[in-house]
Design a protein. Sequence first.
Length: 294
Amino acid sequence: MDINLELYKVFYYVASSLSFSEASKQLYISQSAVSQSIKTLEKKLEQPLFIRSTKKVRLTPAGQVLLKHIEPAINLINRGEHQLLDAEGLGFGQLHIGASDTICRYFLVPYLKQFHQKFPNVPVKVSNAASLSCAELLDQGKADLIVTNDPNSKLNPAYIRKTVCEFHDVFIANPAFFDLTQQEISFCELKQYPILMLDKKSATSEFLHSLFLQYQLELVPEIELSSNDLLIDLARIGLGIAFIPDYCLTDHDNDLYILHTKEKLPSRRLVASINDNLPVSASAEEFLKLLPKV
């Protein structure tokens, strides 16, 4: 089918913003030109891509399918442009990493510092997202490299380049509110207490819910958040028992203790992944070399 690439580009910007006026600003063309391009594309594809109303624009099912294919293509073109135009980076181009705030703070910072010292002219962008969302960024070509928790239902195992860390998750509490320091507690008993954990958009939540289901137990957390640091703070003031990776605990957390559970908590790992279906930037390869291999 002979369709000008520019039509797909216009479609991408409208679909991303769900706004014809916003797309016209980003593309530096008139709103009428945007509207005409979309009409032309819909005519060539013989089906509507947007549902238009006076208040908002929505994608049709066909538009949603098309966006899933167009988005990685546009991202790939943008990545190529950045690599070619970044002469100061010695051809490396921008390094774009995806990782959660916990992984960034407690693991990645020293390696980001090393990379910046070694390649000071290479710009570094970090997309802060949960591990499940990071896997989607990699699929869509929005990140060069991601560091995520594993197991991860959204991550293609073929993308994993190396394991960079192994860790255990722990249940922590303040003994002033939940004094179970001398006890070995079962998951069945534990679920009677208020559990604080990451929200359902996280690989950690997937992991803990799956673990409880293995013992035919349904886990109903008291509080779900997007920050492990905040979970620690809430455990400290006695709102519940928090579930966090052990590497988040520091010397400043000596007012908290780790519960002993009858059921063993399996270890997990942090993995660095690159989408080999897309061109791999030199900056991503260099950063990967800095990361340890466990």
